[in-house]
Design a protein around this ligand. Structure first.
Ligand SMILES: [Zn+2]
Length: 314
């Protein structure tokens, strides 16, 4: 009987240890200090999923698609105006299909001094794909973003943070600087593959710092908003305050079609007020954070051929 056919309680130590070690947190890359002597760092991100969430599920009703369209039509411009008012840079992770549907968006974000990162082709579920399919979509996605924006992305956030067994080798083959899909720390760390250092920086995320946990609503499923915008503000403010007290990183994930509504933008504006009022806060893109912690920790960058990279089936 192979380990695949066994129940987890029947696995030997090599099996359960192997699963855990496949992709794991290595050394912390938390710097001793942030640039300019800043006390804490803030990395805001927006995942511009727009219509790709329903499209990914084969959901093509105009009504459902319009909910995503709001993100590009209203959400992103509103977010860009708010960020400009505070002079704060952010990272926009954009599925290639979103970018093709709204080609002006990448340029507008870049012109505002923001970063563009990878976020899949059509917000696909990586765990459902073959390695070859996931790789093909990733290669097409990065080329599409580069063609539309004129800048090749250096970071990836997997759609829905769905990090498959094959995501890491693909990111290494693409020569990316960082991933932002894993959750093993509050602070940046180096990703290990089967216990070996990969040179890839992780800028960790968490559902607690994601607007999609608190706000979305779907008429025909049980999905309902269960936290008021003001309660969400309290959670995120506490997250920031603790990061500030520890001299660490506060990373936040939002979506233009979610946070971009008026009552929720008020929350983001208050949060920015709160953070900007503190002295010594470094607002940076994910790429800037990654580049800084890599430099401070002397982390070498590695590029691995797809076939040389660690495979879960070895
Ligand atoms: Zn997304």
């Amino acid at each position: 009987m192979t380990s695949q056919e066994q129940e987890p309680w029947q696995w030997d130590e090599a099996t359960w240890r192997g699963h855990v070690e496949r992709v794991r947190a290595g050394r912390s890359l938390a710097p001793k200090s942030w640039p300019g002597g800043a006390r804490a760092a803030v990395a805001l991100s927006f995942d511009n999923d727009h219509e790709t969430i329903p499209l990914r599920d084969g959901e093509v009703r105009p009504g459902k698609l319009s909910q995503g369209e709001y993100g590009a039509r209203v959400g992103t411009p509103r977010i860009l105006r708010l960020l400009a008012r505070y002079g704060v840079p952010a990272t926009f992770f954009i599925p290639a299909v979103s970018a093709l549907l709204h080609p002006e968006e990448i340029r507008t974000c870049l012109d505002g001094g923001h970063e563009i990162g990878m976020h899949g082709w059509i917000h696909e579920r990586n765990m459902l794909l073959s390695p070859e399919q996931e790789r093909d979509l990733a290669l097409r996605a990065v080329d599409t973003l580069e063609r539309l924006g004129g800048v090749r992305p250096v970071g990836i956030r997997t759609p829905s943070w769905d990090f498959s067994d094959h995501t890491l080798p693909i990111s290494l083959e693409l020569g990316l600087d960082y991933d932002s899909s894993l959750m093993a720390d509050d602070e940046p760390y180096e990703i290990l593959a089967d216990g070996r250092p990969t040179g890839l920086v992780e800028i960790p995320v968490e559902w607690v710092r994601d607007d999609a946990v608190y706000f979305p609503m779907d008429r025909y499923t049980a999905l309902r908003p269960y936290t008021s915008p003001r309660q969400v503000l309290a959670i995120w403010r506490d997250e920031f305050d603790a990061a500030y007290a520890e001299g660490g990183l506060f990373q936040l994930t939002m979506h233009p079609h979610v946070i971009g509504h008026r009552s929720r933008m008020a929350v983001l504006a208050e949060l920015l007020d709160h953070m900007a009022a503190r002295s010594g806060v470094w607002f940076a893109t994910h790429a800037e954070i990654s580049s800084y912690v890599r430099q401070e920790s002397g982390l070498p960058r590695r590029v691995a051929a797809w076939t040389d990279a660690p495979s879960p089936n070895q």
